[in-house]
Design a protein around this ligand. Structure first.
Ligand code: CDT
Length: 321
C-alpha cells in the first residue's frame, strides 16, 4: 500500500496589529474547514500565525510585547483550532510566540494530532536580525531581542499522519536557509518538514542592494535544496501581503524529495494549496545518491561543529626554487 498523505500549506494574508486573536483564529478555522472539504489530512500554518510579525516593532521594555505571546496552548482563544482538528480529523502545524511559565520567550511551532494532542514542539534556533534598535535599517527585525535561541534542537518523531505514519520535523522561517538544520533532520530520516515563514519582499537591512526578484528565489532555492538533499517533502507556508504597511512576499510551496515544487500559492491572501504526497518517494534519494551511511564523510566535516564564523584560508605562496 503506498503511503499517500494529502498535505496543505494554509497561507495567511496579512494580520494587522489591531486584529484580535478571535478574528485571526476564525480565519484559521475557515482554512481548516476548506482543507476538510478538499480531503486534506495535515494543514501547515505560518510562523507567528496568531499575530502581526511584531519583531518589526521596537519596545524598550520587552514585557510590553507580552500580549503577542501565548502563555498556554491551547488557551481559551486558541481552543477553536483544537476543536476544528477534532471535528475535521485534521492534524495541524501552528507557529506562535511562546512565553513559558518560568518567563522564557521563544518563537515556537507545534504539530497537533487530530485528537487535539500536541505531538511535537520546536523552538526556532536561527534567530535573524538584531537585539538593539538599528538606526540604519529601513524596518527593524528584532527577533534576537524578543526570543531566546530554541533549546529543543531539531527533533523528528514518527507519528500518525492521515491514514499512515510519517517521520515529521519542523523548522521556522530563517532556519530554512541553513543546510545544517535540514541535515540534522535528514539524519533522523525525516519525511515531512513543516515550516512557516514571514519574509519581507524587500531587503530592509539598507546595507547594500539585493534585487527584489531574488527574495522569493532564495526562499524557494533553500526549501527545494533541503528537500532534495535530505530526500523529504517540505511544506513551506508564508504570511503574505501588506502587514502594518510592510510587504511580505507569500509564495508558499509544497516540495517533493526530488526538489520539485508540487504546489505554489498565487495570492497574498488566505489561501490553501494542497498536494498528494507519496511518502515512499523519500526512499529513492535515501537509498541511492543520499544514502548517508554509504557516502557521508563526517571525518572531513570537523569544521562544521568546531567553528561558528568563517576564517580566511592560508595564503598560497610559490615554493622557493
Ligand atoms: N522571520 C524570519 O526569520 N525572516 C527572515 C528574514 C530575515 S531579514 C532579517 C527570513 O530568513 O526569511
Amino acid at each position: 500500500m503506498p503511503r499517500i498523505v494529502t498535505l496543505a500549506a494554509a497561507q495567511l494574508g496579512p494580520i494587522q496589529k489591531a486584529e484580535g486573536r478571535d478574528v485571526v483564529v476564525a480565519r484559521l478555522v475557515r482554512l481548516m474547514e476548506r482543507a476538510h472539504q478538499r480531503g486534506v489530512e495535515v494543514v501547515v500554518f505560518p510562523e507567528l500565525a496568531l499575530t502581526t510579525f511584531f519583531p518589526r516593532w521596537y519596545e524598550e521594555d520587552i514585557a510590553k510585547a507580552d500580549h503577542y505571546f501565548e502563555h498556554a496552548m491551547p488557551s481559551n482563544e486558541t481552543s477553536p483550532l483544537f476543536e476544528a482538528a477534532r471535528r475535521y480529523g485534521i492534524g495541524f502545524h501552528l507557529g506562535y510566540a511562546e512565553k513559558t511559565q518560568d518567563g522564557h520567550r521563544y518563537n515556537t511551532s507545534i504539530y497537533v494530532h487530530p485528537s487535539g494532542e500536541v505531538v511535537l514542539k520546536y523552538r526556532k534556533v536561527h534567530l535573524p536580525g538584531h537585539r538593539e534598535f538599528d538606526p540604519v535599517r529601513k524596518v527593524q527585525h528584532l527577533e534576537k531581542r524578543y526570543f531566546e535561541v530554541g533549546d529543543l534542537g531539531f527533533p523528528v518523531i514518527r507519528a500518525p499522519v492521515g491514514g499512515t505514519e510519517a517521520n515529521i520535523g519542523m523548522m521556522i522561517c530563517n532556519d530554512r536557509r541553513w543546510p545544517e538544520a535540514w541535515r540534522v533532520m535528514g539524519l533522523q530520516q525525516v519525511e515531512i518538514v513543516m515550516l512557516g515563514y514571514n519574509t519581507p519582499s524587500l531587503n530592509m537591512d539598507n546595507r547594500g542592494f539585493e534585487a527584489h526578484h531574488l527574495r522569493v528565489e532564495h526562499s524557494h532555492l533553500s526549501v527545494r535544496a533541503g528537500c532534495y538533499q535530505n530526500a523529504c517533502f517540505g511544506v513551506a507556508t508564508a504570511k503574505g501581503g501588506t502587514e502594518d504597511g510592510h510587504e511580505l512576499f507569500g509564495h508558499s510551496i509544497i516540495v517533493n524529495p526530488q526538489g520539485e515544487i508540487m504546489a505554489q500559492a498565487t495570492s497574498w491572501s488566505d489561501e490553501l494549496i494542497t498536494a498528494d504526497c507519496n511518502l515512499d518517494d523519500c526512499n529513492l534519494g535515501r537509498t541511492t545518491i543520499f544514502n548517508f551511511a554509504a557516502h557521508r564523510r563526517p571525518e572531513a566535516y570537523g569544521r562544521i561543529l568546531a567553528q561558528t564564523g568563517s576564517e580566511a584560508p592560508p595564503a598560497w605562496s610559490p615554493t622557493a626554487r
